[in-house]
Design a protein around this ligand. Structure first.
Ligand code: SF4
Ligand code: SF4
Length: 425
């Protein structure tokens, strides 16, 4: 047996628990999950059905953990688990699954298929069958603090501009702040307007906040590549910074998987409860809005819709807040045919957008979003995940669709009452 196969099998065996046992025992092969997955509906390739992507773990479970598998192994009837059982699934799992979790919503047996696929990634990653782009991003994060390298100088440069433009101060390393803000590399490099937006909103609402210069990066390449050791190290950095600064809460930015990593997976990775709360930026903005600390004026009049980021809405449960916030600043909002918890993914989550090899497939599956948008004919799509935003812009470009994509936090900032003169300018 090759060393790679041995490592992969050890990692897969480490994923076997009662949840996996009950999932595989209860699958009735109904195929309903297939029609819920955009990688299948847009390609009609049966290899992209959700249940097929779980095959490496199912095969191992059947051979080593099921009664009939063990029985036939004893009689010598079981096919050997080969390295190709891992190698052949690399492209299917990393390029052809955005970890959106839509399949998990439709399974009549309640199987969390996305969770099983995440476990398959653990085996592939241990065996070295992970796209090089994801490995590189993880290595850069471990070494320099961000998947895009050392971006602290870029962040500080943006902050200098924000402070000069607004006359406000962006607080760093403030002990005892109510909120420690984390930011995704994509926001620093591609959408720095997000940082200006939270600065203006927090000043307006008189929020006690800070950024940690030791751990501001929210994205978690370990989660995307399926390496729990790296994922734990990266979450651990944020937790250590929050504990050091004794903050009351950590704020996850407009990034889907970052929210999943710090909010849901983090305590499990670290095996302990946090000493602070975790909120998504939209949860915080909604709370500030409801309590009257955010006051907005003026309404956008262009026809808009909201794209639900899978990890924030479907997997994270933050569905009502963005709608309430958007309705406070926009008068013509319409929903896509499938929205909220059943929205269709942008196609780039789970590390797909960071994997250049998957680009052609990602653009192909954007057809699902295109169909949704063609039905409602909007001028602007608002979202709350910088990764979705990049992927949506790519998809619109590839299809020559003239539509603006905006971040919800920025939209709220542009309507703060003291900015009234700026609205519509
Ligand atoms: S998680 Fe989403 S992309 Fe992955 S198999 Fe399920 S429906 Fe398809
Ligand atoms: S919907 Fe559930 S039971 Fe049906 S094939 Fe998919 S995983 Fe199995």
């Amino acid at each position: 047996m090759s060393e790679r196969l041995e490592k992969g099998l050890t990692a897969l065996r480490g994923q076997m628990d009662s949840k996996v046992e009950s999932f595989f025992s209860s699958c009735v092969n109904c195929g309903i999950c297939a029609e819920s997955c955009l990688f299948y509906t847009e390609t009609k390739d049966p290899r992209y059905t959700p249940i097929y992507k779980t095959e490496p773990l199912r095969k191992l479970w059947k051979q080593e953990y099921s009664f009939w598998g063990k029985f036939s192994s004893k009689l010598g009837f079981t096919k050997t688990f080969k390295e190709s059982d891992l190698a052949d699934w690399e492209e299917l799992v990393y390029d052809g699954c955005s970890m959106c979790g839509r399949c998990s919503m439709v399974c009549p047996m309640g199987i969390d298929i996305a969770d099983i696929i995440a476990r398959v990634k653990q085996g592939l990653s241990a065996a070295g069958y992970t796209p090089q782009d994801l490995v590189g991003a993880a290595n850069r994060t471990l070494e320099f603090g961000s998947p895009m390298g050392n971006i602290l100088p870029a962040l500080k440069a943006h902050i200098k501009h924000i402070e000069a433009d607004t006359g406000l101060t962006v607080p760093f390393d403030i002990e005892g702040a109510d909120y420690m803000v984390t930011i995704s590399a994509n926001e620093v490099v591609t959408f720095p307007e997000y940082i200006g937006a939270i600065t203006r909103i927090f000043a307006h609402a008189n929020v006690s906040w800070t950024i940690s210069s030791e751990a501001f990066e929210a994205t978690n390449s370990g989660l995307q590549m399926g390496n729990n050791t790296i994922a734990t190290e990266l979450v651990g950095r944020i937790v250590a910074a929050a504990e050091k600064l004794k903050v009351k809460n950590v704020v996850s930015p407009e990034c889907g998987h970052a929210y999943a990593a710090i909010r849901w997976n983090g305590p499990n990775y670290l095996g302990k409860k946090y000493t602070f709360g975790v909120v998504h930026i939209l949860e915080l903005l909604d709370e500030l809005y409801r309590s009257g600390r955010i006051k907005t004026s003026g309404m956008e009049t262009s026809r808009m819709t909201f794209h639900d980021p899978c990890q924030i809405v479907r997997r994270g449960g933050v569905a009502a807040q963005p709608r309430e916030l958007l309705a406070s600043v926009a008068s013509d909002v319409t929903e896509m045919s499938d929205h909220g918890r059943m929205n269709w993914c942008c196609g780039g989550g789970g590390g797909v957008s960071a994997n250049e090899r998957a680009e052609e497939l990602r653009i192909q599956v954007f057809n699902r979003k295109k169909s949704q948008l063609d039905e409602i004919k909007v001028e602007t799509m608002v979202t709350a995940c910088s990764n979705c935003r990049t992927v949506l812009e790519d998809g619109l470009d590839a299809n020559d669709m003239d539509m603006e994509v905006l971040g919800l936090t920025e939209l709220i900032a542009d309507h703060l009452v003291e900015n009234e003169a700026l609205v519509g300018s």
